[in-house]
Design a protein around this ligand. Structure first.
Ligand SMILES: Cc1ncc(COP(=O)(O)O)c(C=O)c1O
Length: 337
C-alpha cells in the first residue's frame, strides 16, 4: 500500500475523491464479461475534470509552496490536460498560459474553437496557438512561454504535456491504486484486470507503481492512444521507475509490468477509426456513458474487442478506468453525423 509512502508529498484538494466505482450491467450483458467503471471523468467540479486533476493535486501544491503565480503548460488544441490546467489555475487564483499545438489534422472548422479550447478560454486561460505534431519531447514554444511569463514579472510553474514527464507526475495515480483498494475492500472483491487509456504515460505509470505496492499482482492494460506504442511504452516505463524511486517503493518495476496494447489507437493520435466511433456509440447507448474519439473511445474499443475475442476472463471482473475526455466531443461532431 502506498499511503504511507505518499504522506510526505503535499497535496492541494482539487477533486471529489474517491471517484465512483459502479457496474456497467448492460455493457457486461452484451459482452459476456463483468465490467465495472471507475469514474475519474466525474471526480472534479473544475471545468468537467478528468485524469489530470489527480496529478495536478500534487503539482499545484508544489506551485503554491514555491510562490508561483502562473501555470504554463502545453498540449494539443483539443487537449483535456490544458483545459484542466486552466481550470485549476482559475480556482487557485493563478494565471494559465497554454501552448496549444496542432497534434492532429481533424477537418472540421469548429475543431480549433469549440470543445476543450473553448472551455479553457472561458475560465480565463491565455491560449497560444503554435507548434505541430505529437511528441513528449520538451518544446521550444513551451520554454519560450515560460520565459515570457518571467519577463513580465510573473513566477511560472512549468507543467509538461499531460503533467507526465515531471518528478511528481506519477504520484496522482499511485494514490489512485490505494483508493481503489479501499473501494474493493468495501465491495468484497478485487478487479484482476484494469483497462486504461494511455498516452503521455503518467496515468498508467502511477497505477503500475501503486498496484506494485500491493501483495498480489494484477493486470493493467494500457490502450495506446498515441499510435506510437514504443514511445508510449518508453514514457510509461520511465515515469513508473522514477515514481517508484521517488516514493521509495521497495519493489522494482519490471518490463512485464508495462502492458501496452497498440491495436486500438486508430490511424494517428487524435484520429478515431470505425471501431472507436462504434465503441463510443455502444457505451453511450447501453450505459449513457460518454467517451471521446481521442482517448476513452479507443480504450473502450479495446475493451469491447478483447471481450469479444475471449481475451478477458469470463469469470473475472474487469475495471474500465474512465479518465474523462468527453468535453472534446463537440469538436468531433462530424464523426457522428
Ligand atoms: C481523457 C484522457 N484519457 C487518457 C489520457 C491519457 O493519460 P496520460 O497522458 O497520463 O497517459 C488523457 C491525457 O492524455 C486524457 O485526457
Amino acid at each position: 500500500m502506498t499511503a504511507r509512502l505518499l504522506e510526505r508529498f503535499a497535496r492541494t484538494k482539487l477533486g471529489f475523491f474517491p471517484s465512483p466505482v459502479h457496474p456497467l450491467p448492460r455493457l457486461s450483458k452484451a459482452l459476456g464479461v463483468e465490467i465495472w467503471a471507475k469514474r475519474d471523468d466525474v471526480s472534479s467540479g473544475l471545468a468537467f475534470g478528468g485524469n489530470k486533476i489527480r496529478k495536478l493535486e500534487f503539482l499545484a501544491a508544489e506551485a503554491l509552496a514555491n510562490g508561483c503565480d502562473t501555470l504554463v503548460s502545453i498540449g494539443n488544441i483539443q487537449s483535456n490536460h490544458t483545459r484542466q490546467v486552466a481550470a485549476v489555475a482559475a480556482a487557485l487564483g493563478m494565471r494559465a498560459v497554454l501552448v496549444q499545438e496542432t497534434w492532429t489534422e481533424w477537418p472540421d472548422e469548429a475543431y480549433a474553437t469549440t470543445g476543450n479550447i473553448l472551455l479553457s478560454r472561458i475560465v480565463g486561460a491565455e491560449c497560444i496557438l503554435e507548434g505541430r505534431g505529437y511528441s513528449t519531447a520538451v518544446k521550444e514554444t513551451w520554454e519560450e512561454a515560460i520565459e515570457s511569463v518571467k519577463r513580465q514579472g510573473g513566477k511560472p510553474y512549468a507543467v509538461p504535456a499531460g503533467a507526465s514527464d515531471h518528478p511528481l507526475g506519477g504520484l496522482g495515480y499511485a494514490a489512485f491504486a490505494e483508493e481503489l483498494a479501499h473501494q474493493e475492500e468495501e465491495l468484497g472483491f478485487r478487479f484482476d484486470t484494469v483497462i486504461t487509456a494511455t498516452c503521455t504515460g503518467s496515468t498508467q505509470a502511477g497505477m503500475i507503481v501503486g498496484f506494485r505496492a500491493e501483495a498480489r499482482d494484477r493486470r493493467v492494460i494500457g490502450m495506446d492512444t498515441a499510435a506510437d506504442a514504443a514511445m508510449t511504452r518508453a514514457a510509461v516505463t520511465k515515469i513508473a521507475r522514477a515514481t517508484a524511486d521517488l516514493i521509495g517503493l521497495n519493489r522494482a518495476i519490471r518490463d512485464e509490468d508495462v502492458l501496452i496494447d497498440p491495436r486500438f489507437a486508430g490511424p494517428a493520435y487524435g484520429l478515431p477509426d470505425a471501431a472507436t466511433i462504434d465503441a463510443i456509440r455502444m457505451a453511450g447507448r447501453l450505459e449513457g456513458m460518454l467517451t471521446d474519439p481521442v482517448y476513452e473511445g479507443k480504450s473502450m474499443a479495446g475493451l469491447i474487442a478483447m471481450a469479444r475475442n475471449g481475451e478477458l476472463p469470463a469469470k473475472g471482473k474487469v475495471l474500465y478506468v474512465h479518465l474523462g475526455g468527453a468535453p472534446a466531443l463537440s469538436a468531433y461532431h462530424s464523426a457522428f453525423a
